[in-house]
Write a protein that binds this ligand. Structure first.
Ligand code: M6P
Ligand code: ZN
Length: 187
C-alpha cells in the first residue's frame, strides 16, 4: 500500500484513478417513490434514466476507502431523486459526506426513532454517526456531487429501509423542498 493523490472533479464526480463504479437507474426504484403513477409516467416518457452514479477508490487492505456519489436532478411526482438509503452492516461504523456541488438533503434516522436532516451544499461535510440510516436527496436543478469516506468493513444493510422506507420524506411544495414525516411509515 502506497500513498497517492486522487483527483476528484467537483462537477462530474470523476475519480482518477478509481477502482470501480456503478450506476443506479430509475427502474430499480419501483415501489420506493410514493407516487406510483408518476413513476410509471416518467419511466414511460423519459426512459430508464440514470439517477445516480457511485465511483470508488479502494486500496486493498486499507481500513478506509472513499469515493463520490453523483446524483442527477429530477423528481418522481413531488419526491426528488434519492439514494436507496441504508444502515451499515457493522453498527459501529460511521461515514462522512462532503458536498462539492449542487444542493440536497441528507436524511438520517437512528434505530431508536430519532430523525435528523443535514442540508447538503458545497463546503459542508456531514457527519453520519454509527448506526444512523442515511439517504441523500438531490433537491436542486443540477447534479449533486459529494465525496464520502467510511470503513471498508462498514458494509450496507438495505433491508429495513427497503421494507419500511424512511421516517422523513423530502418533497417539493410550491417548488420549494420541505421535509415531512412519512405518512406511510409504520413503526
Ligand atoms: C454514498 C455511500 C455509498 C452508497 C451510496 C449510495 O456514496 O454511502 O456507500 O452506496 O451513497 O447510497 P445507497 O447505497 O443507499 O443507494
Ligand atoms: Zn453509508
Amino acid at each position: 500500500m502506497l500513498p497517492e493523490g486522487v483527483a476528484i472533479d467537483p462537477l462530474t464526480g470523476a475519480v482518477t484513478p478509481n477502482t470501480g463504479e456503478y450506476t443506479k437507474r430509475l427502474s430499480e426504484f419501483r415501489g420506493i417513490y410514493r407516487d406510483q403513477k408518476a413513476f410509471d409516467a416518467l419511466l414511460g416518457m423519459a426512459g430508464d434514466l440514470v439517477t445516480y452514479r457511485v465511483v470508488e477508490y479502494r486500496a486493498e487492505n486499507s481500513d478506509i476507502f472513499f469515493g463520490t456519489t453523483t446524483m442527477m436532478p429530477g423528481r418522481v411526482g413531488d419526491e426528488y431523486f434519492m439514494t436507496r438509503g441504508h444502515y451499515h452492516a457493522r453498527r459501529d461504523r460511521g461515514e462522512i459526506y462532503y458536498t462539492q456541488s449542487g444542493e440536497g438533503m441528507l436524511v438520517l434516522q437512528s434505530r431508536d426513532g430519532q430523525t435528523r436532516e443535514v442540508a447538503m451544499k458545497p463546503g459542508i461535510c456531514a457527519f453520519i454517526p454509527p448506526d444512523w440510516a442515511h439517504r441523500s436527496v438531490n433537491t436542486g436543478k443540477t447534479p449533486l456531487v459529494f465525496t464520502w469516506c467510511c470503513g471498508q468493513d462498514a458494509g450496507h444493510d438495505y433491508d429495513e429501509i427497503a421494507a419500511k422506507g424512511m421516517r422523513t420524506l423530502v418533497i417539493a411544495e410550491n417548488e420549494v423542498s420541505v421535509c415531512i414525516p412519512n405518512p406511510k411509515y409504520v413503526t
